[in-house]
Design a binder for this molecule. Structure first.
Ligand SMILES: O=C(NCc1cccc(CNc2ccc3[nH]ncc3c2)c1)c1cc(-c2ccc(F)cc2)cc(O)c1O
Ligand SMILES: [Mg+2]
Length: 214
């Protein structure tokens, strides 16, 4: 029977990456997406911007909205300090099943908690279920029409503290106009746009980095 793109991506990781070596997993996925099939990972170009933000923030707690196959999950977790925790939410069970195997191959299972379900359902449960006070870094990469409602929900649930960083993928392509409008005009955030390209293409895209001011 026909395989899916995530399954073919996982096969490429298991064939070309070294077990326990997260950066080789990242490299194998980027090679697969450049040479074989496009896929909606944040990619190598925007991935370098993501790396610089992660290393600058040096977060103890990270929330990723939208795991997909685990590319950015592994990329972020490979840069975290020893006792840091990354929680990643994935709505699509098939994506989640693939991502678990990619994360395992990278050897990052003890740093990453993959939760299956919708952000709207899980954000209000973060404190009670995972003992999280606030997130130092949030990477938004799920459904683009959920960026704004979920940001408001995180504010309401007290999951952001003075200095928490939101980093949003795809603010140009596919685009998140209502989120950009809100975050750039809100007195509660200081935002910065990092211009780049849509993963593996020449189209414009970028990451929006926003600091919550409290
Ligand atoms: O749409 C995108 N990604 C989101 C997404 C998409 C599909 C499924 C899921 C299911 N996962 C999911 C859903 C809801 C959720 N709630 N909480 C967690 C959670 C998780 C998530 C996307 C698209 C393009 C793109 C495509 C085509 C094109 F031409 C240009 C650009 C590029 C990207 O980098 C993208 O990130
Ligand atoms: Mg994306």
């Amino acid at each position: 029977t026909q395989t899916t793109r995530p399954q073919r991506m996982l096969a490429a990781v298991q064939k070309n990456a070294t077990r326990g070596d997260p950066r080789s997993v990242v490299k194998a996925i980027d090679q697969f997406c450049r040479q074989k099939e496009w896929a909606m990972n944040v990619g190598d170009e925007k991935g370098c911007i993501l790396d610089s933000v992660v290393t600058e923030v040096n977060p103890a707690t990270v929330l990723e909205l939208g795991t997909y196959c685990g590319y950015s999950t592994v990329r972020i977790a490979s840069l975290l300090p020893p006792d840091a925790k990354l929680i990643t939410l994935e709505f699509n069970p098939h994506n989640a099943a693939i991502a678990r195997q990619v994360i395992a191959w990278a050897g990052l299972g003890d740093k990453i908690q993959l939760v299956e379900g919708a952000s709207g359902d899980w954000i209000p449960k973060m404190k009670e279920k995972f003992g999280i006070e606030t997130f130092d870094l949030v990477f938004l990469d799920h459904w683009k029409d959920r960026y704004l409602p979920d940001t408001k929900l995180m504010e309401e649930c007290g999951l952001l503290r003075k200095g928490s960083i939101l980093l949003a993928d795809n603010v140009i392509s596919p685009g998140t106009p209502d989120y950009l409008e809100y975050i750039r005009n809100s007195p509660r955030y200081k935002s910065q746009y990092f211009r780049s390209h849509l993963e593996y293409t020449k189209a414009e895209d970028g990451l929006e980095k926003s600091v919550f001011l409290g």
